[in-house]
Write a protein that binds this ligand. Structure first.
Ligand code: FAD
Length: 476
């Protein structure tokens, strides 16, 4: 078959691109391996993990009510019901995508696609049903094939007790003990779910802190809380071997930990993700691939092949759903000749643990590594009326500010619902707001969102709820 635009991959990058292209009048074909649209995000990532984290969070809140004199009996957990409820969420969302693609007349083909040339994809059936056509020729193709968990061949034991994030999201059981290998956001989110359900969770991280790369002052409150939720957090340590001992996995460690050999009921490997660029036949096109396997793209997401663009996880970091969708829209607008570019000042990132961590724009760590001088204004949530009211005073909100222009460059938040609070900061950074603009924005009281205004007040020495008079007040 022939199509104007072929989108390869039906994740948040691919379907956003396909839908916009159809809305703007292009004839669109989307090829997807899975039976349902949504990609990793909807089927094995963002959505199922947040559905399970919702359960963990609600259980923690119910426990926390004992501080207020309200006690519930220990929860009864019905894993079948939990899985069914999670599946209902996925079914609703994937069903919605199906309807939307039909309304837009996007032709969706279920197949595995590989490039035969710069303008042809070969299709291979994946569900046993013969395909009407085994080739798609196109004017343009947007590659949105996403990413997969990084595998460590030595740890590839033929047992379901060693899982990746997809396996963990299936909730096969509540293991008595779970080792999470890797202290990144996916491992910590899954660890939080299993700890809430009753597993004794340990985390091992090879660097000297959880969430490597994230500003330490944001990670500290989370680390402290996880110490209460998890059995152990091993830093500066790594797993050197795994052995299947039938009912348990024997793990041998190296590094800063007392016991070098331990047994766990299950092990979750969460050591990063790699772009799905191998095996796509890209060598038959002019597309270039970098040393990490990402397709090399320009600001309009065009590859070196004039017929092929790439978006989402396969086209570079950060591997986040909202980055993928945004790129998808840029790529389509670029194809239609609009003067667009993917040049965000801030791509928000959220770790949906308890507390959550969220940041956007320039981080303190990045400023330091760039040798860039910045001001940092922090507002501890202990001074927030709302945080006190809900008993979540461990949080902190900070702005990273250009000391010369007083423009907001970045923002970091740790605390309850930080992920929902960061959007204001993203807008402020994108719009080039000054810290004064944030101070002059009236925030509703009493909310956690007020901490963004309060941290801005700290920068100008105008804070009401903290005593932080400042030398450079006249700058405001
Ligand atoms: P994907 O969603 O990976 O979709 C790619 C699609 O391409 C897949 O459906 C695949 O089947 C298809 N495909 C691949 N090769 C072929 C082929 N040859 N032929 C046909 N089809 C093919 N991100 C967030 O922003 N927020 C979160 O909270 C979050 N949580 C996450 C939690 C977990 C556990 C995981 C694993 C990821 C999480 N992510 C989160 C990351 C997010 O899922 C990805 O960034 C996002 O899915 C990337 O979108 P994409 O469109 O680039 O690719």
């Amino acid at each position: 078959m022939n199509t104007q635009l072929c989108v390869l991959g039906g994740g948040p990058g691919g379907y956003a691109a396909a839908f916009l292209a159809a809305d703007l009048g292009l004839q669109v074909t989307l090829v997807e391996l899975e039976s349902r649209l949504g990609g990793v995000c909807l089927l094995r990532g963002c959505i199922p993990s947040k559905a399970l984290l919702h359960v963990a969070k609600t259980m923690a809140e119910a426990r926390h009510l004992s501080d207020w004199g309200v006690a519930f009996p220990p929860p009864q957990i019905d894993l079948d019901a939990m899985r069914a409820r999670k599946e209902k969420v996925l079914a609703t969302l994937t069903g919605g995508l199906k309807q939307l693609s039909e309304k837009r007349r996007v032709t969706v083909i279920r197949a595995r696609a590989t490039f035969e040339s710069s303008q042809t994809l070969k299709l291979e059936a994946v569900d046993g049903k013969p395909l009407a056509d085994d080739r798609v020729t196109f004017e343009h193709c947007i590659v949105a094939t996403g990413s997969s968990p990084t595998r460590i061949p030595a740890f590839d034991l033929p047992t379901p007790q060693v899982m990746d994030s997809s396996g963990a999201l299936e909730l096969p059981d509540v293991p008595e003990s779970l080792l999470v290998v890797g202290g990144g956001y996916i491992g910590l989110e899954m660890g939080t779910v299993y700890a809430a359900l009753g597993s004794k969770v340990s985390v091992v991280e090879v660097t000297d802190g959880l969430l490597p790369g994230v500003d330490r002052d944001l990670v500290r409150p989370l680390h402290k809380r996880l110490q209460g939720q998890f059995e152990a957090i091993y830093l500066n340590a790594k797993v050197v071997s795994l052995a299947d001992q039938n009912e348990a996995i024997e793990v041998t460690f190296e590094g800063d930990l007392p016991q070098k050999v331990r047994r766990f009921s299950r092990v979750l490997l969460s050591v990063g993700r790699r772009p799905n660029s191998a095996g796509l036949g890209l060598e038959k096109t002019k597309v270039e691939i970098d040393g990490q396997g990402f397709l090399v793209v320009d600001p309009q997401r065009r590859t070196a092949d004039p017929h092929i663009l790439a978006i989402g996880d396969v086209a570079g970091q950060p591997m986040l759903a909202h980055k993928a969708s945004h790129e998808g829209k840029i790529a389509v607008e670029a194809l239609l000749g609009q003067p667009v570019a993917f040049q965000p000042r801030a791509i928000p990132a959220v770790v949906f643990t308890d507390p959550e961590i969220a940041w956007a724009g320039l981080t303190e760590n990045e400023a330091k590594s760039q040798g860039r001088k910045v001001d940092v204004a922090q507002f501890p949530w202990a001074a927030s009326g709302r945080a006190q009211a809900i008993g979540r005073t461990e949080g902190m909100t900070k702005w990273v500010v250009d000391p010369d222009t007083q423009r907001v460059l970045g923002c970091g938040i740790v605390g309850f619902a930080a992920g929902d609070l960061i959007s204001e900061a993203v807008l402020a950074i994108e719009m080039g707001c000054s810290i004064r603009d944030v101070v002059e924005t009236i925030h509703p009281h009493p909310t956690l969102g007020e901490t963004l205004g309060a941290a801005a007040e700290v920068q100008l020495g105008l804070a009401t709820d903290l005593y932080r008079p400042k030398k450079n007040r006249e700058r405001g």
